[in-house]
Design a binder for this molecule. Structure first.
Ligand code: OOG
Ligand code: NI
Length: 416
């Protein structure tokens, strides 16, 4: 559906496949150190945006049906200089084996109309009235979702119907957009207009994973596709890849129908959907993450990275900066061997996210920094979703602890 809607996405997939095939050819088994090529080829994250806690709860039911749970809290309202009036979480499988089978995540943002830095009380009231009046997900879809979650799945026709309805709910709307309303919101924030200026929701982007993002960037530019200025996140350097590096091609103009204040229906275009791509690295501990944040604040140059991070995986382990699991295998002659495996980062980075959002906006928007922002945190978000919000660090720690316990058990020794 998304490839049909955004043909440049198909180009991005082609180039990603070419890059990945070349990396596997050049680096052999080492290329698959952070995930099998089958997983990496299938892997995606999507991004969607909703307007209200009620809509977020409904989205949670739909993803819950697919074994995807809310993980992490991201506040993009004041992530560096680029800020957008949303808070976010990501829906994804939380179990390692599930993730290997279903390597999908959906970064899900929710508008904060009560944030006075962006919206006046008057605009907030009209925005909330507009959002409360729309229905993104019909009762049939939600009923199937609830049944799937309760029963651990759906049978034949019900499964097909669930997927059909769920896919349709994220298709780009064809109804005419109220032009005056859309433009009024756009003057504040293009993201606010994308969320609250239209009666339906849609996939903003769908992001494949590549094994060499610098190569991908160069190949896309060589094909004449304009990319955003930089790759967000850590720099290219000789040490281990950590967390996440992302880049995107600029949002393309897509035809949309508008209703003018005079009641005329006219064709125009909007630039809100872009094509993003990412490379994933090793998940960092809280200590590693604190170092990462400090290094990013200093500027993501290779020099800063060399001062901040050890240039080997062993160094990350010794300094307690990265997560690694331990598996017991056989050396072929019956003797056990313990192998250390890096844990892939499965989450997002708010600063990169804000950078990606912002680098795709043509309108600056307007923000009054002297006003107070609405208080929002992970607990608030958990209440809004109506579910537990998993902490990514806790999930990685549990995964590592489970691997150590299993390894100790196989070796017949006490866990560390
Ligand atoms: C989400 C932007 C964040 C990422 O990969 O960090 C994101 C959006 O544009 O809705 O997708
Ligand atoms: Ni994204």
């Amino acid at each position: 559906m998304y490839g049909r809607e955004v043909p440049a996405y198909t180009t991005l997939l082609e180039v990603s496949h070419d890059v990945n095939a070349d990396v596997v050819r050049a680096r052999g088994a080492d290329a698959e150190r952070l995930g099998s090529i089958d997983r990496v080829t299938a892997e995606r994250h999507g991004a969607i945006r909703v307007g209200t806690p009620a809509e977020l709860q409904q989205v949670a039911r739909i993803f819950g049906a697919m074994g995807m749970h809310p993980v992490g809290f991201y506040d993009l309202r004041d992530a560096s200089s680029s800020s957008v009036p949303v808070i976010s979480t990501a829906f994804r499988p939380i179990d390692r084996a599930e993730l290997a089978r279903n390597p999908f995540r959906v970064f899900t943002s929710m508008l904060v109309p009560s944030d006075r830095r962006f919206f006046s009380a008057d605009l907030q009231a009209r925005l909330e009235t507009f959002l409360d009046a729309r229905t993104l997900f019909g009762p049939e879809l939600l009923a199937l979702a609830d049944r799937a979650e309760a029963d651990g799945g759906l049978a034949g026709d019900d499964a097909a119907e669930f997927l059909r309805l769920a896919t349709a709910a994220f298709e780009l709307g064809r109804e005419p957009v109220d032009q005056a309303w859309y433009r009024e919101l756009e003057a504040v924030s293009a993201v606010a207009a994308d969320i609250g200026g239209v009666p339906s929701t849609h996939i903003n982007h769908l992001t494949p994973r590549v094994l060499d993002i610098d190569d991908l960037y160069a190949r896309m530019e060589a094909r004449g596709i304009t990319m955003i200025d930089a790759i967000q996140g850590p720099p290219l350097w000789e040490g281990p890849d950590v967390l996440l590096r992302q880049t995107s091609f600029r949002a393309l103009a897509e035809p949309r129908t508008f209703r003018t204040p005079d009641g005329d229906v006219v064709q125009d275009s909007l630039r809100v959907r872009f094509g993003e791509v990412e490379a994933r690295g090793i998940a960092l501990t809280r200590e590693g993450r604190a170092r990462y944040d400090a290094a990013i604040a200093e500027g993501a140059t290779p020099e800063v990275w060399r001062r901040t991070f050890p240039d080997t995986e062993a160094g990350l382990v010794e300094q307690g900066l990265g997560w690694f699991t331990y598996e017991v295998t056989d050396d072929g002659a019956g003797a056990p061997v313990v192998r250390r495996e890096p844990v892939v980062y499965e989450d997002f980075l708010p600063r990169s996210a804000a950078g990606i959002f912002q680098s795709n906006l043509t309108e600056e928007g307007s923000k009054d920094a002297s006003q107070a922002g609405a208080e929002r945190d992970a607990d608030w978000m958990a209440g809004a979703v109506g579910r537990e919000l998993h902490d990514p660090f806790d999930l990685y720690a549990a995964q590592v602890a489970a691997s150590l316990a299993a390894a100790a058990h196989r070796l017949g020794v006490a866990p560390e």
